[in-house]
Design a protein around this ligand. Structure first.
Ligand SMILES: Nc1ncnc2c1ncn2[C@@H]1O[C@H](COP(=O)(O)OP(=O)(O)OP(=O)(O)O)[C@@H](O)[C@H]1O
Length: 812
């Protein structure tokens, strides 16, 4: 950075602002903003050199002279203002959510344009990544994966859908299977998506969608794996949020016949819906199609929720069509709806103290009809359901009559928990079933390779972070490691391909953070499991153990060390801070123990797995603990959520490691979810969380800026006399570099481009644009070098001829 040249300095709302350095301190700089405003002081490591033309935008950030987080943000900003939402950083695609349909961006014609075209030959696009994956699969005969990440509402699911549509329409067989892969989405979204404050259509589960190809590289089928459905939402949502879409779609769109059969009412009549938002999504017109008696008072008062892509009544019908298309018959459809209705009724069962000496509770009289509906819909015996919700079965294990079954009465709060646990178990099994069923509708006998698209929540931190964030961030920590491995590998491969003869790129590994979470016995997940197995597990004891076992761990500390006041109020035994690659997160550990346990208590497990209804019974058939329910009845069994996730993740990562990979980083431009608004600071934080900034760091360890010879030639030919511009671009560049006497450690000549060490491209540019006297001197030097190198070439040729002649003479 130089005196008088513009720099990017931190700005609270925009991320960075342009300014000039007016004073230099020991580790800080005083900056004068270019736009009006007072001078301010910024830490030296937060001030970055700016490009000369800050309105310039490039398709690949690596062709910028200064590759840093500020120039990256600025490039994305300038492009976004021109509706260019996609940008490359080397082979990584950044996708900013436009929150409106950009004309012609995803048309069939655009799909055609990208078919078979190499990365970089057309503007950055999600189709370019999809096609690269396909071509790599074909050429390398190796499966591929595309990892789509970003925070909620950033556009992961939409981009995933674009990839799937691109692949099926470009490389499908034109048969039913292609359509089925695309049609599976509405069904998955109905059961796994919900309105949240961040996104009206938020996927509350992670998924890896594989499209399988035969030996001729045509689509033959698909397979979906899913991760971590958010279960807490089934029973409770915050005020402005909703439960899963299916509940509202059923209430709004079901035929009168279904409505009566399943005893459905308006959303406000169900506890599992009425603590959140009870309005339907509808347009002015479709709102009229929803009968009055299906609308909640809140809906009547405030009108429908509006979203261009969502409409509960219409979506119900579309979902029914999609079900048909993917091969679900009417019986199966009704089975699904019946269980959804059953869950709703279950939530309406109320308990009160029994008033007996047992200290237990009973189902309120007012709930008797609900109990009846619930039992009917889930195929349970009403009395058995009553008993299972209000008592817990225990087997005596010691003393007197060993193995005697005793019924322990539950208190009101325990019964409420049991009811909610049952609802969560039934719904999440139903969701598993939906995914299994979806998978059955695009079967394949054999496949040569697949392209998998991973759509999973990115790194997240809120004011209050719980077990869900802990799992998601652990997952992102693993994906980040994979990302680093791959980017590093790609960089090294590029250096090799370009013949640079170097492969030194250094970066900070995050294995220590991964170990902190998943190491055997001492990792946080194992400590938590250990706690769950104790007779009286407690969140505090778990938290204390974590702190004790990792007293001096660099990645772990106590909440009071947080920079944020809210976290400093959290006691040492109520939380811990993990220093993730993307920043420190304070986790509050209340309910960690409960959330880590997927097991129903035994009476409930027995109840549902012996349901009279085949569909419900089958939902629980494959459960881990149904086989030996009776033997285990003495203990509260424990099924670890954390370790199941760890296992799934490790399988996923093994799979990813065995494939070639591409990355799409989705960015949410603003919190209001509107078009044409770029909130710089927000976006910068997402770039940091998605690992993009650390990728820049990683690249800084090598040769981050790169410019093709022809580009350099075009940039500088105007400064050179015609005699020199007649040279071919490669020789032209070589002559310049040699003449300038640049340090050979600062740049490398590849086959197609020049690679620069951090900041060296700019230095070079500066010399080129220096004053005319200096330039004249430079031209002289270039000429001299050319003559010198040509002379050397002539000498070498002459010598070779002489040597050949001598050789011939000897042979003769
Ligand atoms: N490329 C796009 N063009 C137009 N609108 C888009 C695009 N990408 C996203 N959107 C809009 O943004 C909304 C949120 O996108 P999406 O559901 O894909 O986010 P997400 O990252 O999957 O969020 P979550 O993690 O909550 O599921 C979409 O419903 C759509 O309205």
């Amino acid at each position: 950075m130089e005196d008088g040249k513009p720099v990017w300095a931190p700005h609270p709302a925009d991320g960075f602002q342009l300014g000039t350095i007016v004073d230099i301190g020991a580790d800080s700089l005083t900056i004068e903003p270019l736009k009006h405003g007072k001078t301010f002081v910024a830490a030296i490591n937060q001030v970055f050199p700016a490009e000369d033309d800050v309105n310039k935008q490039v398709e690949d950030n690596c062709s910028l002279m200064y590759l840093n987080e500020a120039t990256l943000l600025n490039n994305v900003r300038v492009r976004y203002s021109k509706d260019k939402i996609y940008t490359f950083v080397a082979n990584i695609l950044i996708a900013v959510n436009p929150y409106y349909d950009i004309p012609k961006l995803y048309t069939p014609e655009t799909i055609k344009q990208y078919r078979g075209r190499s990365l970089g030959t057309l503007p950055p696009h999600v189709y370019a990544i999809a096609d690269k994956a396909y071509r790599d699969m074909k050429v390398l005969k190796m499966s591929q994966s595309i990892i789509v990440s970003g925070e909620s509402g950033a556009g992961k699911t939409e981009n995933t859908k674009f990839v799937l549509r691109y692949l099926t329409s470009s490389y499908g067989t034109g048969q039913d299977i292609d359509e089925r892969i695309v049609e599976a989405n509405p069904l998955l979204e109905a059961f796994g998506n919900a309105k949240t404050v961040r996104n009206n259509n938020s996927s509350r589960f992670g998924k890896f969608v594989e499209i399988h190809f035969n030996e001729k590289n045509a689509v033959v089928g698909g397979f979906v794996s899913h991760y971590l459905l958010e279960k807490s939402r089934i029973c409770r949502q915050s005020h402005e949020e909703r439960n899963y879409h299916i509940f509202y779609r059923l209430c709004a769109g079901a035929t009168e016949d279904i409505r009566q059969k399943f005893h459905l009412g308006s959303p406000d009549t169900f506890r599992y819906l009425n603590r959140g938002c009870t309005r339907f999504f509808a347009s002015k017109d479709t709102d009229k199609q929803i009968l009055q008696n299906r609308k909640s008072p809140e809906h009547m008062k405030l009108g429908p929720l509006k979203d261009p892509l969502l409409d509960d009544h219409g979506d119900f019908n579309r979902m029914c069509v999609a079900m048909k298309k993917i091969g679900l018959d009417d019986t199966e459809k009704l089975d699904l709806f019946r269980v959804v209705a059953g869950v709703l009724h279950l939530g309406n069962i109320d308990f009160e103290e029994a008033g007996s000496t047992s200290g237990g509770c009973a189902i309120k009289n007012q709930s008797s009809q609900t109990l009846e509906h619930c039992a009917e819909l889930l195929g349970l015996d009403e009395e058995d359901l009553r008993v299972s919700l209000t008592t817990r079965v225990m087997l005596t294990t010691a003393g007197g009559a060993k193995g005697t079954v005793i019924k322990v009465p539950l208190k009101v709060e325990q019964a409420n928990n049991a009811r909610d646990a049952l609802a969560k178990a039934v719904y999440s099994r139903l969701f598993d079933h939906v995914v299994t069923r979806v998978n059955q509708c695009f079967p394949f006998d054999s496949s040569s390779n697949f392209i998998g698209v991973l759509d999973i929540a990115g790194f997240e931190y809120f004011e209050h972070n719980s077990f869900e964030q802990f799992c998601i961030n652990y997952c992102n920590e693993k994906l980040q490691q994979f990302f680093n491995e791959r980017i590093l590998k790609e960089e090294q491969e590029l250096y090799q391909k370009e013949g640079l003869g170097v492969n030194e790129v250094h970066y900070v590994d995050n294995q220590d953070c991964i170990d902190l979470v998943e190491a055997k016995l001492v990792g946080i997940l194992d400590i938590l499991d250990e706690e769950n197995r104790l007779p009286q597990p407690s969140d505090q004891h778990f938290t204390d153990t974590v702190h004790n076992k990792h007293k001096d761990h660099f990645r772990l500390t106590v909440p009071r060390k947080s920079k944020l006041a809210v976290h400093r109020n959290v006691r040492d035994d109520e939380g811990f801070i993990v220093r993730h690659f993307a920043g420190a997160v304070c986790y509050e550990t209340t309910k960690f123990v409960e959330k880590n346990n997927d097991a129903l208590h035994m009476s409930l497990e027995c109840l549902v797995s012996e349901s009279k209804d085949r569909f419900v019974r089958e939902l629980f058939e494959n459960s881990n603990n149904s086989k030996d329910v009776k033997q285990k009845a003495g203990k509260l069994s424990f099924i670890s959520v954390g370790n199941k996730f760890k296992m799934q993740l490790n399988i996923l990562l093994d799979k990813l490691r065995s494939t070639g990979s591409s990355f799409i980083r989705c960015i949410k431009p603003n919190l209001k979810m509107i078009s044409h608004q770029f909130e710089g600071a927000q976006i910068l934080s997402q770039l940091q969380c998605s690992g993009m900034v650390s990728v820049l760091d990683l690249m800084q360890g090598g040769f981050p800026s790169r410019a093709p010879f022809h580009e350099l030639y075009n940039m500088y030919q105007k400064y050179m006399p015609p005699k020199l511009t007649r040279l071919d671009p490669r020789l032209f560049c070589k002559a310049l570099f040699k003449a300038l006497g640049l340090d050979e450690n600062d740049y490398k000549f590849g086959l197609t481009r020049v690679f620069f060490r951090p900041g060296k491209f700019a230095e070079f540019d500066q010399i080129m644009k220096s004053d005319p006297d200096h330039l004249a001197e430079l031209v002289k030097k270039v000429n001299k070098w050319l003559i010198h190198s040509r002379w050397k070439k002539v000498q070498w040729c002459a010598l070779s001829v002489i040597k050949c002649k001598q050789l011939l003479f000897i042979i003769r």
